[in-house]
Ligand binder design. Structure first.
Ligand SMILES: [Zn+2]
Length: 403
């Protein structure tokens, strides 16, 4: 914007007009998009192993501190797939879907701002993050507070009388004590990608604590599923240029290049860890990596990644979202003698969530094909197909989209 004198007068006029508009707008007891809310809503309930059923429930009452959101879309996560295949969390029947976003259609009279203090109104596009039932003093500006491990999220809650507890549904009721963010300035695809991207924002924040990750670092990213690909995009938006992607799938490596990887190494073309290490070294022009991100859930990949890292380098292990079994390393050669600094990373904090909104804008602004991560979209009626596609690992990010 050009702040010359004439402009300033015009801007002041506009700001005053805007203030007037908000100060005269009425604040009724419960604000809603009148007449547009149906009496019932559908929820995709996981009622058995590998079985979703669309159930209709009466639209719940919206309490003074609650927000009713019309769901627009929700990504399918690896965690959802585990629950779908085996119910490891013992949640069935459950309304899944935690990578969701939608539009506020009704809010209680006490709701005025989101978790970052941004005003909220009917019509705003939102995402929710964690629910701190037992720990209400956690706020997004407490930088060193726990990650999501100590909190609940919508989409992984036990069923209750509301039923609208997950984003694979027409509507979701965001209740008092939940976190919510106004993300009206992001398009639907970007909003669906917020949750997985927050995992990488957190991982890179963890990596930065080692003091080893710098603008000119040589960084190896092992594993080019959605997590590895987003990792490359986060590094690229930070200004890190020298990135080598390692994977066994040529198509994914091609995508890794478009996301910002400088060079790629296909491990299927190199027999044995010595040859693979040489290939990584060649990719960096004769050097080992200063830092590596391990983004696969394969224990052998964990054991291998140390070999790619130089003496005094760093490692962020984020591939083992769930228990993937034990890995064998040689602590002398892999950690002590090399003096490698290792950090683990799991999920994210509330603060990382807010950082992610800006990351997505930057990634799009510099032309990274981040939205192409969503390879498949299904309507709610076809949620079983969405999960079958996810389990077959045919695409990258599968999404259920309501419109
Ligand atoms: Zn997830």
């Amino acid at each position: 914007m050009d702040y010359n004198k004439d402009n300033i007068e015009e801007i002041v006029k506009q700001v005053l007009a805007g203030m007037k508009a908000t100060s005269v707008s009425p604040a009724p007891a419960a604000r809603s998009a009148s007449g547009s809310i149906p009496k019932t809503a559908r929820v995709a309930m996981l009622t058995g192993i590998e079985k979703f059923e669309l159930k209709s429930y009466p639209m719940p009452e919206v309490g003074d501190n609650d927000i009713l959101v019309k769901v627009e879309g929700c990504g399918v996560c690896g965690t959802d797939a585990h629950e779908y295949k085996r119910d490891p969390f013992g949640l069935i029947p459950v309304a899944l879907g935690h990578e969701g976003t939608g539009e506020i259609v009704k809010m209680g009279k006490n709701v005025t701002v989101d978790s970052a203090g941004k005003p909220l109104k009917v019509g705003d596009k939102v995402v929710s993050c964690m629910i701190f039932k037992d720990n209400p003093d956690i706020t997004m500006f407490d930088l060193n507070k726990q990650n999501v491990g100590g909190a609940d999220v919508y989409g992984l809650l036990p069923d209750d009388n509301y039923h609208m507890n997950g984003w694979f549904a027409d509507y979701i009721l965001i209740r008092e004590g939940s976190t919510i963010f106004n993300v009206s300035d992001l398009d639907l695809d970007s909003r669906i990608l917020i949750e997985p991207c927050a995992v990488l924002i957190h991982a890179v924040e963890r990596a930065k604590t080692t003091g080893i990750l710098r603008f000119n670092s040589r960084v190896a990213v092992q594993g080019c599923g959605p997590i590895g690909l987003i990792c490359i995009a986060v590094l690229r938006t930070m200004g890190i240029e020298n990135i080598v992607a390692v994977d066994g799938n040529a198509k994914r490596l091609e995508f890794a290049k478009r996301m910002g990887a400088d060079t790629t190494v296909n491990f299927t073309e190199h027999k044995g860890i010595e040859a693979l290490t040489e290939a990584v070294k060649d990719a960096f022009g004769g050097y080992l990596a200063d830092f590596a991100f391990q983004c696969t859930g394969n224990p052998v990949a964990h054991a291998n990644v140390y070999k790619f890292i130089r003496n005094g380098g760093g490692l962020c292990e984020l591939g083992f979202f769930i228990n993937g079994g034990d890995a064998s390393i040689n602590p002398h050669f892999d950690i002590c003698a090399k003096e490698i600094t290792t950090v683990g990373s799991w999920v994210y904090t509330l603060r990382d969530y807010a950082t992610t909104f800006d990351f997505l804008k930057r990634a799009i602004a510099i032309g990274l094909p981040i939205k192409e991560l969503i390879t498949h979209k299904y309507p709610l009626e076809q949620i079983n197909d969405a999960f079958i596609t996810n389990v077959k690992m045919e695409g990258l990010k599968i999404a259920v989209v309501n419109k």
